[in-house]
Design a protein around this ligand. Structure first.
Ligand code: SF4
Ligand code: SF4
Length: 295
């Protein structure tokens, strides 16, 4: 399957062009002027011999519509348009353009072909401005949940005969702004691992996740993570060798920036134990893990 940047013949993203841009830059805010710019760039591209020219501000002369219908937009210097020859060195950030990748695209690459095909219907019909927008393209919010969690949810959905839109209807936490996918995916792993959780409503799973989150803050093993013992050294949390989802949770959800690496395995065990305890306390009679209402 091609990358998220251009997953099929109708969809294209230019969300990381140019590679130096403000953090909250969104092409959807500039559709009017960008459309004109992309048309002009396509029109003038190749009319004169190609030569090195810098990107000016947020405007790259090589960003244009890729066909005459203006249905797709992207890099006119990309190797896919020049028989494999990469011409991006003609702009001053060429090296950065080659390396640029977003978290959503990296997760998309890790999904199996069936997983990629499952999620793509959510964005069918988006023009390149919407598809490139972090606000408008739902995949930029969903993919950071990570390949592992998304695959578990997809397998469950396929088993129930759900389409991707039905899955979102039944698991709205995937797109709910209360949850930060990169920070909270480990929390939902913990919740969904509990017996009955996969058969529970989204409300039940979210309730369990919230309760686990509250409990984790009180765990001694978590409070001790930033104390330099027993190994006597602290490292940046993201540099530890535990699973990335767990480290992202510590760093982003609990704001623990530095840890004693020797304390991480017992902290993880304590979190798993706490999750099991909380799930076991929740009686099905409370309605928290009640089965799906089939409609
Ligand atoms: S923002 Fe992501 S999907 Fe879009 S072009 Fe960049 S790497 Fe590709
Ligand atoms: S050279 Fe290509 S990849 Fe780089 S900013 Fe311009 S359009 Fe984007």
């Amino acid at each position: 399957m091609p990358p998220l940047c251009a997953p099929d013949e109708n969809l294209s993203c230019f969300g990381c062009c140019p590679p130096i841009r403000p953090r909250h830059y969104d092409p959807l805010d500039f559709v009017g002027s960008l459309r004109r710019e992309l048309m002009d760039n396509r029109e003038s591209f190749g009319k004169a011999p190609l030569q090195a020219k810098p990107i000016i501000g947020y405007h790259c002369w090589a960003l244009g519509f890729l066909d005459s219908s203006n249905g797709r937009a992207g890099c006119l210097l990309h190797p896919s348009r020049h028989g494999g020859k990469d011409l991006r060195g003609l702009v001053d950030y060429g090296g950065k353009c080659r390396r640029e990748s977003c978290g959503a695209a990296r997760v998309f690459d890790r999904l199996p072909v069936e997983g990629q095909a499952f999620w793509l219907p959510l964005v069918r019909g988006l023009n390149p401005f919407y598809f490139s927008s972090r606000r408008a393209n739902p995949l930029f919010h969903i993919l950071p949940w990570g390949a592992c969690l998304l695959e578990r949810l997809r397998h469950d959905a396929v088993g129930r005969g759900w389409s991707v839109t039905e899955l979102l209807y039944w698991r709205p936490f995937l797109v709910h702004p209360d949850w930060w996918p990169k920070a909270h995916r480990y929390l939902f792993h913990l919740a969904l691992e509990q017996p009955g959780a996969f058969g529970g409503t989204s409300e039940a799973v979210e309730g369990l996740a919230r309760e686990i989150l509250e409990g984790i803050g009180r765990l001694e093993a978590i409070q001790d993570l930033g104390s330099p013992a027993p190994s006597g050294k602290l490292i940046w949390t993201h540099q530890a060798s535990e699973p990335p989802a767990f480290l992202d949770f510590l760093r982003l959800a609990l704001e623990i920036e530095r840890v004693d690496p020797a304390r991480l395995p017992p902290a993880r065990k304590a979190m798993e134990g706490l999750s099991r305890e909380i799930a076991a306390r929740r009686a099905p009679g409370e309605g928290r893990l009640r089965p799906w209402k089939v409609v």
